[in-house]
Design a binder for this molecule. Structure first.
Ligand SMILES: [Zn+2]
Length: 140
């Protein structure tokens, strides 16, 4: 079994911003929330989608995620995104599959550049560091 670096939900640093929220379950895998027409890319919008991550299993949102190791193959990680999208109501088509693969690969690429335990926030299309992880766990 491969070990890969991914983003998972965390409540660490919650409350550092006035408009933080955290509804995800435990340390589940997360994706970036899809942005809606109301917030239009504004990370401090009323809806909150542009500062949110979505839990793949719960489909609930959080504003904080952290880098963690998970014993998954890249394919299993992509499958988790695909399953989540279908559970959310997207049609089980090749387009949805490709969206899942693209999202999983992109997040895994970004996560690989940070140490495990690094807490991340989202500001629209940008991911930023709230708290640095433990450099002793760095593997790259
Ligand atoms: Zn929104």
């Amino acid at each position: 079994m491969l070990t890969i670096k991914v983003f998972v939900a965390t409540d660490c640093t919650q409350g550092r911003r006035d408009n933080d929220f955290h509804y995800t379950d435990g340390t589940e895998l997360v994706d970036l929330a899809r942005s809606c027409d109301t917030d239009r890319g504004d990370p401090d919008g009323r809806c909150g989608c542009c500062r949110a991550f979505t839990g793949l299993a719960s489909r609930k949102a959080t504003t904080t995620a952290e880098v963690a190791y998970r014993q998954l193959t890249p394919e299993q990680y992509r499958d988790a995104f695909h399953t989540s999208y279908v559970d959310a109501g997207f049609p089980d088509t090749s387009e949805t599959r490709q969206d899942a693969v693209d999202a999983a690969d992109e997040l895994r690429r970004i996560a690989s550049s940070w140490s495990v335990g690094t807490v991340i926030e989202r500001r629209g299309d940008t991911l930023g560091v709230r708290a640095w992880g433990d450099l002793t766990t760095r593997e790259d």
